[in-house]
Write a new protein. Sequence first.
Length: 388
Amino acid sequence: MNNFEFYAPTRIVFGKDSECQVGSLLKEHGATKVLLHFGGQSAEKSGLLGRVRQSLKDSNVDFVELGGVVPNPRLSLAHKGIELCKAEGVDFILSVGGGSVIDSSKAIGWGLCYDGDVWDIYTGVGTCHTCVPQACILTLAAAGSEMSNGSVITKEEGMLKRSYSDDSCRLKFSILNPELTYTLPEYQTSCGIVDIIMHTMERYFTTDEPMMMTDAISEGIIRNVMANGAILMKDPTNYNARGEIMWSGSLSHNDLTGLGVGSDWSTHEMEHELSGLFDVAHGAGLAAIWGSWARFVYDAKPERFETFAKNVFGLTGDNLVIRGIEAMEAFFHSVNMPISIPELLGRPVTEAELDELARKCAYGGRSIGGFKSLPESSMRAIYAMANK
């Protein structure tokens, strides 16, 4: 058990119609001019944005709007948001959407406080420890950004996808109404399910001595998401199942599942290059390469994979490592997620593309991974395994 600190200051407002409280909550936090940040037309068509605008007006909270966030949110829109907020005197940012919108909002919030191009902090050129206050109304259970201290942004030039983490961006409050996820396409629901599971497993697979309480929480989250994910494949408007997955998503990425243990993040790092280069959905990309990562690294501590097979899937007997990996892949298939790059893209990638993926992931000559250190040659080997 390692020393740890746990900091999760975000207030969660959970339940039906909770989005209607947003105006009064913003008022409590002293917001006077809010950036209402969102994605495409779904929030407008569903009436959600209309309810949000009315709540802000009822509370006498002034606001400006910026839509257009896409999956794998773009740096150019963050730049646009920074300039808009400066011109309008924005002092609070409200995200209405999923992880992509929240990540874009965090980039804008940092950019307003950083003396330079916000991209600097994503590439390690600079750091930023202050951020314009943030809140969200969550419409997709997946990224866990509503309680995390991180953000991922894609720079269009070169399609470079990079992350940055700092506690300054943690949201003041997050509104979670499971009903707002009813109309999600099945594919987006499934991608979210994978992302939640992967946020948990990135912390679970460590060579450090396990912490029983943390393990129990992590294993419980994974089992819970799988069980309720199966329900949603048949009944997408099941409120309890939506709620279980939404709350699991928040818990999976607020650092609770990593207390007292290490972490890995190789699958996330490698997927960032997949979605950066091919603009695929993050959750689907994670599912496509996790099994290959697992087969490549398990020899660093096979007993960890055996524990996973026993405690998550209830497996007994011989060959638990491979059977546990295969059980996880079978679940991914059960929610119509790919378990290889050809399934993800509809084709294998070329040798040149494999080289590019590995090269970009190893930028600056770095290795990745906490379970097993992976230099560029190992990254390429995993991409190649996933390409079959």
